[in-house]
Ligand binder design. Structure first.
Ligand code: ADP
Ligand code: MG
Length: 676
């Protein structure tokens, strides 16, 4: 199905490979050897000179050249950070965790001592920690408590090319902190911006023409294939391509497939396993890799497969640049990515599965050329590729900013004049402030100050909409339920629906189902999970995802700790779950959808029911929802997420009374009616 179009990624063909042939666990000596052949290592002296000489520096290099794992170690080995620690930020938690584990192994120390990591709901650091990997979101939260970030002498903002909102804000925070620490003659702050290949002019200008160091790239040629025809179902195309290649490629060639999210990865994984039972070719090991995956499962990806076996990694765009997976010879790229966008008029957010940029496609293809020449199979046509945007748009210009604005205000910074590298559209800032006002977090929009509620909101490491739910819960007598539900919603999908056992799984799910919708259903599952004595076994029998439920349990503990610090009393609404739904609505009021007139009869979509959201777009209840086949549609529903693929789906929904919106969010209800 493919046409060929050969290219060399950047013309350089290395002579050495990075990886060991033995199947055993890498010894400390092995690790030291593999460090020595990384591009960063060869230029380490020059790099250290530059680091000593400059307070701010930009380091650019191909993925896999050793920036993230080696630069902090080099600094630490020379004790350059003697009076502070080194922070290295990552946009994703999986990356922060795996990189910290890798570096701890390379330095032969326990994780949590010299080397540690800190991601949402998990802090594995101690007073001894000098090399700290953390998500950009966590560093931002630290900045709220200490805007000068005094505990660090080095801050490395990594994966700058990804341009996440949090990293974009940090660019400004560290710049201000550096200046102020300098003015006050405090411990100097050194800043290093690291990135895969990108256009750096913008960054240089922002950091007063600081030096840029380029690392020599090291990639092998990758042959690119495009499909001849447009593929309507890319998940199906993935499975077809995997097996076409599987029977025709040697076993030691591992595959890397780019998909858009956990659910998709799990579906494709189960399909591949199913087909593999009847397929020729070597045995297969399928490894998922996505943001919410627990650390132990992530490490599977880096485990060497026994000879004669093929590893197939199914990843989100996390494998594009943040982490390097060895031995990949074939990349299969759906060319899609899941992106968060929002409607500034109504504050409604949506998740959109859309075509990624050309730059992202090249990054993905490049993963096949890490250790030897490789191939990339693009499940889209050459014309489709040519029609794509060259670069990713920074998240900040398309994303809801309420959470970010709240943190800026809490840090004592003016959200309107804060010097961002790429300022978001003014209407986006205004809309975010309006939303914060309606949530009760700030007193006014022109010169915003945190309210008491707003201040409490910043104590929770979650979106303000969700912290509002928790903080409102005592009013509705349902803090017990609200904590459990927010925890479950902050974890990943707790249902496990293997394709070939779907019917049975659905039947088992029935015993948890509430006619009110998914939220109460989730709560029922969670409560039953807490009571079950043998949790793992129980999850298996009930087609539930044990790791995601356990993760929710941990999250709940942490949220509960914050509530206790705030002196909140935990009470339960018992069977009056209406209270819980109202409480949910007081945070998620932007997420209402109403039955479209005329959809109540047979004109509605088969099985789906038709709704219209606050921003006026038509959407159907997601097939995985317990309200999927409810007819006629409920007059109003509350959804947790709006997912836009080829159609718009309301994900995780509950039936609500239309008048509740006026009761719990009157300002918004008025504005919303004016808009509709
Ligand atoms: P960069 O930041 O320049 O993309 P990294 O420092 O992340 O590079 O990676 C350097 C090398 O370390 C990679 O080539 C990769 O093979 C290896 N590596 C990184 N993380 C792991 C891991 N968790 N397991 C095994 N090898 C790893
Ligand atoms: Mg890196």
């Amino acid at each position: 199905i493919c046409t060929e179009n050969s290219l060399k990624l950047n013309g350089q063909v290395p002579t050495q490979t990075l990886y060991h042939k033995n199947e055993e666990k890498e010894t400390f000596e092995d690790l030291q050897e593999s460090r020595k052949i990384l591009p960063v290592y060869t230029v380490r002296f020059r790099l250290l000179e530059e680091i000593k000489k400059n307070n701010t520096m930009i380091l650019i290099g191909e993925t896999g050249s050793g920036k993230t794992t080696q630069v902090p170690q080099l600094i630490h080995e020379l004790r350059l950070e003697s009076s502070g620690a080194i922070a290295i930020t990552q946009p994703r938690r999986v990356a922060a965790i795996t990189l910290a584990l890798r570096v701890a192994a390379e330095m032969n120390t326990e994780i949590g001592s010299i080397v540690g990591y800190c991601v949402r709901f998990e802090d594995v650091t101690s007073a001894k920690t000098k090399v700290k990997y953390l998500t950009d979101g966590m560093l931002l939260r630290e900045a709220v408590a200490d805007p000068l970030l005094k505990r660090y002498s080095f801050i490395i903002l990594d994966e700058a090319h990804e341009r996440t909102v949090n990293t974009d804000v940090l660019f400004g925070i560290v710049k201000l902190a550096q200046k102020e620490r300098n003015d006050k003659k405090l411990l100097p702050l050194k800043i290093i911006i690291m990135s895969a290949t990108m256009d750096v002019d913008l960054f240089r200008k922002y950091y007063d023409d600081c030096p840029v160091i380029y690392l020599e790239g090291r990639t092998h040629p990758v042959t690119i294939y495009h499909t001849k025809l447009k593929q309507d179902d890319y998940q199906y195309a993935v499975v077809c391509t995997v097996f076409q290649l599987h029977v025709s490629t040697p076993a030691n060639h591992d595959f890397l497939v780019f998909l858009t999210g956990q659910e998709e990865i799990e579906t494709v994984m189960s399909n591949i396993k199913q087909v593999a039972k009847e397929s020729l070719g070597p045995p297969i090991r399928v490894c998922p890799l996505y943001a919410g995956l627990p650390a132990t499962k992530q490490l599977q990806v880096w485990k060497k497969t026994p000879p004669g076996m093929r590893k197939i990694v199914l990843a989100t765009n996390i494998a594009e640049a943040s982490v390097t997976i060895p031995q990949i010879k074939c990349v299969i790229d759906t060319g899609m990515v899941k992106e968060r966008t929002w409607c500034t008029a109504t504050g409604a957010e949506r998740l959109r599965v859309r075509a990624c940029s050309q730059a992202a496609c090249w990054q993905r293809a490049g993963r096949a050329g890490r250790t030897a020449r490789g191939a990339a199979y693009r499940l889209y046509t050459a014309n489709d590729f040519a029609a794509r945007h060259a670069h990713n748009t920074p998240e900040i210009v398309r994303c809801p900013l309420a959470a970010t604005m709240l943190l800026l205000i809490a840090t004592g910074l003016d959200p309107i004049t804060f010097p961002l590298i790429d300022p978001p559209p003014p209407e986006s800032i205004q809309a975010s402030l309006l939303l914060l006002k309606e949530l009760g977090a700030i007193d006014n929009e022109a010169n915003p100050k945190l309210t008491i509620l707003g201040k409490k909101m910043t104590a929770f490491p979650i979106d303000p909409k969700y912290s509002k739910i928790i903080l409102c819960a005592p009013e509705f007598n349902c803090l017990d339920e609200a904590l459990s539900l927010v925890a479950v919603l902050s974890s990943e999908n707790i249902f496990h629906m293997p394709i070939h056992k779907r019917e049975e799984a659905l039947k088992v799910k029935q015993k948890f189902v509430s006619p009110l919708g998914d939220h109460v259903t989730l709560l029922n599952v969670y409560k039953a999970f807490c009571k079950a004595p043998l949790k793992k076994q129980w999850c298996k029998e009930n087609y539930l995802n044990h790791k995601n439920l356990s993760y929710a349990y941990e999250i709940r503990q942490q949220l509960l700790n914050v509530c206790q610090r705030l002196n909140m009393t935990v009470t339960s609404c018992g069977t009056a779950v209406d209270q819980l739904l109202k409480c949910l609505l007081s945070g998620l009021f932007t997420n209402c959808a109403w039955a479209r007139s005329g959809a109540a009869g047979s004109g509605g979509l088969a099985g789906g029911g038709k709704y219209v959201t606050a921003s006026g777009s038509a959407a159907s209840v997601h097939p995985a929802s317990v309200l999927f086949s409810t007819r006629p549609p409920h007059p109003a529903i509350l959804y947790t997420e709006l997912l836009h693929t080829r159609r718009s789906y309301l994900v995780t929904v509950s039936a609500i009374q239309p008048q509740w919106l006026h009761q719990v969010a009157p300002d918004y209800a008025r504005r919303c009616r004016a808009n509709r």
